[in-house]
Design a protein around this ligand. Structure first.
Ligand SMILES: [Zn+2]
Length: 303
């Protein structure tokens, strides 16, 4: 699932191409993509792009008159910049956005169609689509710590819950925990203050580092190779391979359809976490699928 670094680089590529341009036509090939009825999608046609924003793992395209198109790519959705008028196929190209200078195409591989598009009017309706997690790159340590310990969850769950932290998912949470040298199953309310600070620093450094790296890789082009498994990741997707910090084999905990990767030597004091007990712990602490985690209702805001 594209996470904060991927979404940030998508948005930068979009800003360079469609900011100030007119959306001539929004084409839908799959009726399942659109999750709203009013305003109708035709309302978007002929409007200029005024802003682009990231809302958690969503991309919001702001049009004239405060109309917003909000895309959630989920696991398999990807964006592509093509020549104007690029063809759509219902099977794996659910939508295209025709601009005067090119066409933004949404693809979604696989049989499970989870990507979504919301068309909403006004700031308030836009904000209702934001799961409300803390923006780690602009948050201070106190705000980070308060969000982290607001409930007693495993670190893996707390980092990836979009209502707790904005834009972090399965891939970058593995990288953050490795950098922080913390176990994915440590409970958040058991963390010592120095561990919270280490996690805070690791979260910022990991996300910032990957944004810079992906930006450099894109070289001003449109990011076409968005994947959760990146060359250069320390542990995510690297089960059985050597940890870049200590050379021990990267371990995994599997639970339902998910897997978390960690280095025992760097993160768990050398202990191999027994797969079955931990799977249960993570399974009980996590919804069954990443999609379910993304779909959890926004928490009521205090005040
Ligand atoms: Zn290691």
């Amino acid at each position: 699932m594209p996470e904060l670094p991927d979404i940030t680089v998508y948005i930068e590529a979009l800003e360079a191409r469609i900011l100030g341009e007119t959306l001539e036509r929004l084409r839908l090939a799959s009726p399942f993509l659109l999750r709203t009825i009013d305003p109708p999608i035709a309302a978007a046609n002929g409007r200029k792009v005024r802003a682009l924003r990231r809302l958690g793992k969503r991309i919001a395209i702001g049009l004239e008159d405060d109309l917003w198109l909000v895309l959630h790519l989920m696991i398999a959705g990807r964006l592509h910049w093509r020549e104007r008028g690029a063809k759509l196929t219902r099977k794996n190209t659910p939508a295209a956005f025709d601009f005067s200078n090119g066409t933004l195409v949404l693809t979604e591989a696989g049989s499970q169609k989870r990507a979504s598009l919301h068309v909403v009017s006004g700031e308030e309706n836009l904000r209702a689509l934001d799961p409300g997690g803390v923006e780690v790159l602009s948050a201070g340590l106190a705000e980070f710590a308060a969000a982290l310990t607001s409930a007693n969850h495993t670190l893996k769950r707390a980092l990836t819950d979009p209502r707790t932290f904005s834009g972090i998912g399965n891939a970058y949470s593995d990288e953050i925990l490795h950098r922080a040298q913390l176990s994915p199953v440590t409970l958040t309310q058991k963390l010592k203050p120095e561990e919270i600070e280490r996690l805070y620093d690791a979260t910022k450094a990991t996300l910032t580092g990957w944004v810079e790296r992906l930006r450099a890789e894109a070289k001003g082009g449109f990011p076409e190779k968005v994947t959760a498994f990146r060359e250069g990741m320390s542990v995510h997707g690297r089960y059985g391979e050597p940890c870049p910090a200590c050379s021990a084999k990267v371990q995994r905990i599997r639970y339902a359809a998910n897997e978390t990767n960690y280095c025992a030597r760097c993160q768990t004091g050398g202990r191999l976490l027994a797969d079955r007990a931990l799977s249960r712990l993570l399974r009980e602490d996590w919804p069954r699928t990443l999609e379910e985690l993304e779909a959890l209702p926004r928490r009521a805001m205090p005040g």
